[in-house]
Design a protein around this ligand. Structure first.
Ligand code: HEC
Ligand code: HEC
Length: 283
């Protein structure tokens, strides 16, 4: 397990980070959604060099934080409603909707989001939520697969994720996924792009600092899909990876590629101990 940890010296040389680490961040802010306190700080897993894992919610402004605490204010919930209509809509050659088979509704999937991505024994591959949705559509409904990182898919992922809100992230990194996890870790620490930076340079070495007008978080994925005020829609985990890679002027991997799947697994496991927040609100 080789780690290419690089201090933030290079980035500091580029003078893109600024500000004191904690001046305007209230690490003790409490995320309470619909009467439920959600864990936003937890001891970090042994494989991490940081002591504590912290939800991206903590680093947002009070205004953005408030949007996530009220389901009527949270714009991400509109897309959950849209997905619920989709859930009940018949599609494909078999004349079925999701509801035809999952008769107890999406609540049947409580806990699932906290374990994703995970190994699918039958298919012999790493599955994330999009894979389940398309497996159902193609093999059980005779319908077209949905495109990843598009509104209809992101909304369905949000509907299923919501059923696990508040559950503790517990992503397995051993057994059949261990090689993929190692690959994800490698990618996380590999410097890429014109700025020659790794994910870790920003999200492990520099969280809490300002970068342009944004405050860096640990880049956790527990809040996804995320409603971003910037683009006024839900954003998938891999779409966010793509954005971060573009920002450092690297050629992003393709959505759904082996690289992004491995990275998604590694990033998800970094959040073990935090709570599922999706759909979260970020800027
Ligand atoms: C024809 C029946 C049928 C339809 C229609 C169907 N499912 Fe499923 N679904 C199943 C069965 C059976 C399983 C368990 C076996 C498996 O995972 O292949 C399952 C498993 C799942 C799982 C994984 C649950 C877990 O805990 O492992 C998810 C998520 C899911 N379905 C979502 C959906 C969604 C979303 C739709 C609509 C787009 C849908 N299903 C449509 C029958 C169906
Ligand atoms: C130049 C610094 C930089 C680099 C390098 C970078 N990011 Fe980011 N990332 C950001 C900023 C800024 C944000 C938005 C503020 C925040 O949540 O940190 C962000 C947000 C995120 C988020 C969303 C966090 C949340 O709570 O919503 C994830 C996930 C993420 N990044 C993953 C990655 C991954 C994976 C890589 C490597 C491929 C990466 N980032 C590389 C700057 C960076």
């Amino acid at each position: 397990m080789k780690k290419i940890t690089l201090s933030a010296t290079l980035a500091a040389g580029l003078a893109i980070f600024a500000g004191s680490a904690s001046a305007q961040v209230d690490l003790d802010a409490v995320l309470n959604v619909e009467g439920m306190d959600i864990t936003t700080r937890a001891p970090a897993a042994d494989f991490l060099d940081i002591d504590e894992v912290i939800s991206g919610w903590v680093y947002r402004t009070k205004e953005t934080q408030a949007l996530q605490m009220d389901d009527f204010e949270n714009p991400g919930m509109i897309f959950v409603d849209i997905a619920m209509d989709d859930w009940n809509t018949v599609d494909g050659s078999e004349g079925k909707s999701c509801a035809s088979c999952h008769t107890d509704g999406p609540a049947e999937f409580a806990g699932l989001r906290a374990e994703m991505p995970r190994w699918n024994e039958e298919k012999g591959s790493l599955f994330n939520m999009e894979d389940y949705i398309n497996l159902m559509r193609v093999e059980y409904m005779g319908a077209e697969p949905l495109k990843w990182a598009k509104p209809r898919m992101d909304a369905m992922v949000a509907l299923i994720s919501l059923q696990s809100r508040g559950d503790t992230i517990n992503v397995a990194i051993d057994g059949p996924v261990s090689d993929i996890w190692e690959q994800g870790q490698e990618l996380y620490f590999t410097r890429v792009g014109q700025l020659d930076m790794s994910c870790a340079n920003c999200h492990e070495d520099s969280y809490g600092l300002m970068i342009r007008a944004d405050r860096l978080s640990q880049g956790q994925s527990n809040g996804f899909p995320t409603y971003r005020l910037k683009n006024a829609k839900l954003n998938s985990i891999q779409a966010r990876f793509k954005g971060c890679m573009s920002n450092i002027r690297a050629e992003p991997y393709a959505i759904g590629s082996e690289e992004f799947r491995a990275l998604e697994l590694y990033v998800a496991s970094r959040g073990n101990g935090l709570s599922v927040e999706g759909p979260s609100v970020r800027n």
